[in-house]
Design a protein around this ligand. Structure first.
Ligand code: SAH
Length: 456
């Protein structure tokens, strides 16, 4: 990943003063996710070029958090490769003074527009959007495809700008170009963006698109994802809520509605956690946060994490918990966008982890990764797992034989299958498990939901 800024302003070597970096040296800046190196491939009176090379280290991302070796081989994505938000964080760190428009040695020049040439490669995003973002700011844009790299381009910008403006354009627009993933955006992010781009974003014709895309992408770094692995993409399974109408029940809820099984289940989990005095809890696969809400209302619970792979569910949870309001209990409750099949140090300090109606959403070949993460790596004292008891389906009047309760379920287990699975986990990871039914217990088919409480 490479970004360079060059000028032909005379003497061009003043660029070193503007960026506060001596052109004859190599400058390294340590970052949470790797390091940034600034060096000057060319530095003479006529032309001077500073390059920022970013070395994103996914292994260091995790190891830096004080963990051992593990499932890193599962880390597969393009983060280290693309010039994304990581680059924007690196820019801010390596060139912070310059970005603020300050220069000890050349204060006047810092306020002056000088001819600049910027190159960024590889950059995600289509050529049209790249042009629409940079051209209105007065850049002459050249785009070349990067051979063999699909949606990536190599971008060259030319124009007369203050160095601080150029850095601010890059800082905001590069992550905005890469906003294909969706994250929850908090209000303070908007303030930060306005502070960074106050001089130019307000009058940009694409300002709304830029702000939205930038905020989505940045919040993943600043708030959620900076020091961890990017989440895998998980299908968002729940039924849509038709706009304006009454919310449609999710299939599972509709089926189980007569007994409000979901409420009974969550009340049971809440009571179980209380009995265990497990006051620090991670709800893994928290969905729209119904368990989180119960725990949040109970002051005994001192640390509450909700993790889910579906950003839309987390947004609903944030609204349910009123996390966007002033005075929200953000010290007690943290929502984490992430995948259960990747190691995640953010919720490691808990007494109990909950997997409430979650395991059946994972493909059989993914389940061992979850087991390794939760029971092998995080290994909290307690783990509470609930899952449907497939035997009970025979008692749901509207249900086709052999069907599952929700179209996204990959399996539903009998009581014996669940207990076998739990037994294997206990043997592998040193836990003991107790089993309970939740909901009306049928003498033949058993309860609708089965729960295991693991302890070690
Ligand atoms: N626990 C909640 C929601 C259950 S639905 C409740 O009882 O109401 C299952 C949830 O697990 C969904 O929100 C889904 O997005 C999440 N999920 C499925 N696979 C996941 C994974 N690999 N990582 C993180 N979350 C996952």
């Amino acid at each position: 990943m490479y970004l360079s800024i060059a000028t032909t302003h005379a003497p061009a070597t003043d660029l070193g003063y503007l960026l506060m970096k001596h052109p004859e040296r190599v400058h390294e800046t340590e970052l949470t996710f790797g390091k940034a190196v600034v060096l000057f491939p060319e530095a003479n009176e006529a032309r001077c070029e500073a390059a920022l090379v970013l070395d994103v280290d996914p292994v260091g991302l995790v190891r830096g958090r004080g963990q051992g070796e593990g499932l890193l081989s599962q880390y597969v994505n393009d983060r280290p490769y693309a010039a994304t938000s990581f680059l924007s964080v690196a820019l801010n760190k390596a060139f912070r003074t310059a970005m603020n428009g300050e220069s000890r040695e050349r204060p006047e020049l810092a306020k002056t527009k000088i001819p600049l040439e910027v190159r960024v490669t590889p950059l995600p995003g289509g050529a049209d959007m790249v042009r629409a973002f940079f051209e209105p700011l007065g850049w002459d844009v050249t785009i070349e495809p990067v051979a063999g790299a699909g949606r990536y381009v190599s971008l060259t910008l030319r124009g007369a700008h203050r160095v601080s403006d150029a850095l601010s354009h890059l800082y905001v627009l590069i992550p905005a170009l890469d906003a294909d993933k969706h994250y929850w955006v908090g209000e303070d992010e908007i303030e930060k963006l306005l502070a960074k781009a106050s001089g130019w974003l307000g009058s940009h014709p694409q300002k709304e698109q830029i702000a939205q895309r930038y905020l989505k992408r940045r919040s993943s770094l600043v708030k959620v994802a900076l020091a961890r692995l990017a989440p895998e993409d998980v299908e968002e399974a729940d039924a849509e809520t038709p706009s304006g109408g009454t919310p449609k029940l999710a299939p599972e809820e509709a089926l189980e509605a007569p007994i409000r099984l979901n409420d009974v289940r969550l009340d049971t989990v809440h009571a179980t956690l209380k009995d265990l005095s497990a006051w620090r809890v991670a709800d893994l696969g928290c969905g729209e946060g119904k368990l989180l809400q119960r725990l949040a209302q109970d002051r005994k619970f001192s640390r509450i994490y909700g993790l889910d792979a579906a950003a839309r569910e987390l947004e609903k949870a944030a609204r349910r918990l009123k996390l966007d309001r002033a005075g929200a209990p953000v010290d007690r409750i943290t929502l984490l966008h992430g995948a259960l099949t990747y190691r995640d140090a953010r919720w490691a300090d808990v007494d109990a982890a909950c997997l409430i109606e979650v395991i059946e959403h994972l493909d059989a070949e993914r389940l061992p990764a979850l087991e390794a993460i939760v029971f092998g790596n995080a290994k909290p004292r307690y783990v509470v797992v609930t899952t449907p008891n497939v035997e009970h389906n025979a008692l749901f009047p509207s249900m086709a034989i052999g069907a599952f309760r929700h179209p996204d379920h990959r399996f539903e287990w009998t009581r014996v299958e669940f207990q076998d699975w739990a037994g294997r986990i206990c043997a592998a990871h040193g836990y003991e498990a107790e089993f309970r039914g939740i909901g009306a217990d049928d003498p033949v088919h058993g309860p609708p939901t089965q729960m295991a409480v693991f302890r070690r």
